[in-house]
Design a protein around this ligand. Structure first.
Ligand code: GAL
Length: 443
């Protein structure tokens, strides 16, 4: 285990531990504690950050199939609210360290999962994976992201896309911009943001805290550098201190200057409802929001019509799918491993993936899925997935370990408070130097 990963697992605070028990029991749908009495053997405690809106709708879809296929068990919803898992991941690390593992927890395929593997916190599930035919059900590149030393450690539920922009057509018309037409480059987008501002639009770019700022940064890097150089940032072949990165960071600074100044006070869904797509459409003051494709699920859960918004890949990133995959694990020492295995079977099944992804905004990870029965967004996304080049996301764990992501998010909030490009670049370089060899530290 690397020293870096050990450090991530340490740092328990009593307050955080109390917080996780409070949140877990308050969101438990069965109302029972997973660790007491006769119910303990039946309860399957599933830990995620899908506590509300479209995210919860996805989890509910999986739960429905679980109730049918695993009727001998109780589903216990241990979700901890907070977009991108900002609170959930810290609390989970604390719980795992304290020996309080749930039955199964959500982890992103790739770097994020590698943390749990390196820390010895998740079981090898290779035999169950193969017995269910999952070794051939998923794309081989995805199976690689959940495998270490020939052993498989999680079951992917979906593929999400990070590099997407959601657009309010009514707001864009104020500057005579065509909402269906994506600006070709980051610079073109900046020009359109300036037009919106000149037309009196108060929040041309809707932004929220933490991971959303990091996503905007990653999309700007991807748009400005192109997919090959962008991927090189995470495999060590592109230098974080290069002049091309400096230029992209300057673009990022300009983009952020068009965003709401209360960005650090709210999560992505609150910012969406406040600025981009409020309940009263006439009160919208936001033009664009860069966010992953859990957005259409959120809009669906709010019963808004699909005509209320448009979408396109972030400027400069057309033809690239910046992917991330939610997967589920079998924690070491978790409650009810047999029940958890039933849960994992549901997660990997064609029926489970359909019940989940139709309402989650993502596309099924299984290669045998067909577009029939999915909303228009996912049908489009499935076609895009097949035709696009791939790039990973650090904000959502596919590009690197959690500790790298944490350092970048710290740099992002410092930048939001004091937008100095040189300082940001220095922090990004330092983070990459610390963590970019993460793959080589795995067995
Ligand atoms: C991601 C996760 C998505 C969605 C999003 C916003 O990390 O993979 O499924 O939940 O956070 O919370």
């Amino acid at each position: 285990m690397s020293r870096v990963r050990r450090k991530v697992a340490i740092g328990v605070t009593v307050a955080a531990m109390l917080a996780v028990s409070a949140c877990s029991s308050s969101t438990s749908t069965s109302g029972s504690s997973a660790s007491t009495g006769a119910a303990a053997t039946k309860d399957v405690q599933v830990f995620t950050w899908w506590a509300a809106g479209g995210e919860k709708a996805g989890l509910d879809g999986l739960q429905t199939v679980f109730k049918k296929d695993c009727s001998q068990y109780n589903f216990v919803n241990a979700a901890v609210a907070g977009g991108g898992g900002d609170k959930a991941k810290t609390l989970l690390a604390n719980n795992l360290k304290a020996g309080n593992a749930p039955s199964s927890f959500q982890a992103h395929a790739g770097g994020e999962l590698s943390d749990y593997i390196a820390n010895g916190q998740v079981e090898d599930i290779t035999s169950e994976f193969k017995a269910d035919g999952l070794d051939t059900a998923f794309p081989p590149e995805l199976v690689k992201q959940i495998t270490v030393g020939g052993k498989v450690y999680s079951v992917p539920a979906n593929i999400h896309r990070a590099n997407m922009v959601w657009v309010n057509p009514v707001v864009l018309k104020k500057a005579n911009l065509d909402p269906a037409k994506a600006p070709a480059t980051v610079k073109d987008w900046i020009a359109d943001l300036a037009k919106l501002k000149a037309a009196g639009v108060t929040t041309p770019l809707v932004l929220s805290k933490g991971f959303a700022e990091e996503m905007l940064l990653e999309s700007t890097l991807l748009g400005d550098l192109g997919v090959q150089k962008f991927n090189g940032l995470y495999d060590g072949t592109t230098k974080w201190d290069g002049a091309d990165v400096t230029a992209a960071l300057n673009d990022f600074k300009t983009l952020e200057s068009y965003s709401n100044t209360d960005r650090d006070t709210m999560d992505w869904d609150a910012a969406m409802s406040k600025y981009l797509l409020p309940t009263n459409p006439a009160s919208a003051t936001g033009g664009y929001q860069l966010m992953g494709d859990w957005v259409p699920a959120q809009i669906l859960s709010l019963n808004m019509p699909t005509s209320a918004y448009k979408y396109w890949p972030a400027p400069g990133t057309n033809g690239v799918y910046q992917w991330l995959s939610d997967s589920f694990t079998l924690p070491k020492g978790g409650t009810n491993p047999e029940g958890a295995k039933c849960w994992l079977k549901v997660v990997g099944s064609a029926e489970g993936q359909k019940a989940f992804n139709t309402v989650k905004g993502s596309i099924p990870a299984r290669s045998d899925a067909t577009p029939a029965g999915y909303p228009a967004y996912q049908q489009w996304a499935m076609a895009q997935w097949k035709a696009s080049k791939l790039a990973p996301s650090l904000a959502h764990g596919s590009a690197g370990p959690g500790a790298w992501n944490n350092d970048v998010q710290t740099a992002m909030s410092a930048f939001s408070a004091n937008p100095d490009v040189a300082t940001l670049q220095k922090s990004l370089v330092a983070a990459a130097n610390k963590y970019s060899n993460w793959r080589s530290t795995l067995g």
